[in-house]
Design a protein around this ligand. Structure first.
Ligand code: HEM
Length: 506
């Protein structure tokens, strides 16, 4: 008897489709209390399995990764818009394997060391930008992650300005692809015969194919730019340079390599910037965290220079803040969908081949059984091995840095790999950019806290105006903070001079 995991009743034909909202992970988290750690849904005849628990998600998506690493078919997103060339949307197979192999080399833990200097430089420029134009902090965060990602992918100087038309093109590509990835965005995903409609009748198909052609041109010309530099012998370290040097070994075609590079860009920019926005929200709501971090920075780095990657080992609290920001507000709370490639059984339940499997990152990252009763609070101390489990209370200025307390990070909770959260996903589809992202988050957070005080604005009656951290916006995949304002001021008088010296040293 093939018993599917439990789940809510749906209606005939559409199943549970009408119950889903733009932020389905909230609903899935409520359903966890009713139906348990593994839930099945029916979306117009397709089985969707939601994993609400660390152990179940790890048992299936990590341990049985060989069969759980497909991606659901996405006709518009994968087949038309990206011509079957975007790794993030490709199902598990020969092309995705070749792409992952070269990705792994270009973005490995040791490979990303090539980019530390660039990341430090961008962090200094960003800190200056925040202090110069605090009202536009979100634009500065996005400019920084855009600039760093393009420079790392295509080599420094490729795109100097965030207004470069190629950047707009890649961002628009990613927005379209994300929109297309939302369940229900296009009818053709449910009624697949529509794929064969002639283009004169199906505007969606005509548009998607046109976008694919014009995007391909841009991505290939960026790629050619790097190839030309290599031919002239004046290339800088970049991911594309590394893809080109491995091209023969990995057997990627030019079209595949250039789309892979553009996918890195699309996957890396808004995610990293989004985490930094949530980090600033946390600093406004949890001023004692800011205070403790700044005490650590003063003790380890001092005020006469900016933090560097060499300080990383001695700044465990900063590293804990980066982890906590990723855990607290996972930018992809509903997880990227995996697809099961063979029939499977788990815990007495049957999971059919072709099922879409969604890890509910939101529920897992906030599970009180794993993170304690304060799982919804921003508390970086949860990642420290120190005996002092909490920072001074809001408003107290009595925190004194004690290196012996702050020395090391605690081992990550079980089933969270080495990260301490599951925000980077699972198994053979785990985010290959996580080492690069972790480095960016570390140096950006360290430099921001070193140079800036983040404080809430106050209203006419002297009340703090705190950002809304209960609600979010989302396009169905990426979680975004509600817009908010804040004050960003230099933490001490020498900040501007030290930043200027740092910039000069690059
Ligand atoms: C804080 C920043 C980031 C977060 C939270 C994040 C998160 C994720 C997640 C959840 C996935 C899907 C994993 C799964 O299917 O289980 C993913 C995939 C991916 N990420 Fe990231 N990512 C970040 C930054 C980056 C960066 C900087 C890059 C590249 C430079 C990158 C490149 C990719 C690629 C290429 C994929 C697709 C992998 C595949 O489908 O096999 N990401 N990311």
């Amino acid at each position: 008897y093939r018993k599917l995991p439990p789940g809510p009743r749906g209606v005939p034909l559409l199943g549970n489709l009408l119950q889903l909202s733009m932020q389905p992970w909230q609903l899935f988290t409520e359903w966890k209390d009713i139906y348990g750690p593994i839930i099945s849904l029916n979306l117009v005849g397709h089985t969707v399995i939601v994993l609400n628990d660390h152990k179940v998600a790890s048992d299936l998506l990590d341990q049985r990764s060989a069969i759980y690493s497909g991606r659901p078919r996405s006709i518009v997103g994968s087949e038309f818009l990206t011509g079957g060339l975007s790794l993030a949307f490709l199902s598990y197979g020969e092309t995705s394997k070749r792409m992952r192999r070269s990705t792994h080399e270009a973005l490995s833990k040791s490979g990303v060391k090539d980019y530390l200097r660039l990341q430090s430089m961008e962090a200094a420029i960003m800190t200056k930008g925040l202090l110069d134009e605090p009202a536009k902090f979100d634009a500065h965060l996005l400019r920084t992650t855009t600039s760093i990602t393009t420079n790392i992918i295509y080599g420094a100087d490729t795109m100097r300005r965030a207004t470069d038309p190629a950047i707009k093109q890649i961002s628009a590509f990613m927005a379209r692809a994300l929109r297309a990835a939302q369940p229900g965005a296009y009818l053709v995903e449910l009624f697949t015969w529509m794929k064969y409609m002639p283009t004169w009748l199906a505007k969606w198909k005509r548009d998607a194919l046109e976008h694919y052609n014009s995007d391909s041109k841009v991505f290939e010309s960026l790629f050619d730019g790097v190839a030309e530099k290599i031919a002239k012998g004046d290339e800088q370290p970049s991911i594309v340079a590394s893809l080109i040097s491995q091209q023969k070994r990995h057997g990627l075609t030019k079209a595949e390599s250039s789309w892979l590079a553009a996918t890195f860009y699309g996957a890396g920019v808004e995610t990293t910037a989004g985490v930094l926005v949530f980090f600033i929200q946390a600093m406004l709501h949890y001023p004692h965290v800011q205070e403790r971090a700044q005490a650590e920075l003063d003790a380890v780095v001092g005020r006469s220079r900016m933090p560097t990657f060499e300080d990383m080992e001695n700044l465990p609290y900063i590293r804990a803040i980066a982890r906590e920001a990723l855990r607290w507000k996972p930018v992809g709370p509903g997880g990227m969908p995996h697809m099961l490639m063979e029939d499977d059984w788990y815990d007495g339940y049957f999971i059919p081949k072709g099922a879409i499997v969604l890890p509910n990152i939101w529920a897992m990252n906030r599970n009180p059984e794993v993170y304690g009763p304060d799982a919804t609070e921003f508390r970086p101390e949860r990642f420290l091995a120190s005996s002092r489990s909490s920072s001074p209370v809001d408003g107290m200025s009595s925190y004194t840095y004690r290196p012996e307390d702050d020395a090391i990070l605690a081992p990550a909770p079980r089933y969270t790999k080495e990260e301490g959260h599951v925000t980077y996903g699972y198994g053979r589809r785990i985010c290959p950019g996580r080492f690069l992202a972790n480095n960016s988050l570390f140096i950006d957070i360290a430099c921001m806290l070193w140079g800036c005080s983040f404080t809430p604005l106050v209203d006419a009656s002297g009340q703090k105006i705190l950002p809304d951290i209960k609600n979010h916006t989302s396009d169905g995949i990426i979680l975004r903070a509600m817009p908010f304002e804040c004050d960003i001021t230099p933490r001490f008088p020498e900040v501007a001079d030290v930043i200027a010296q740092t910039e000069e040293s690059f």
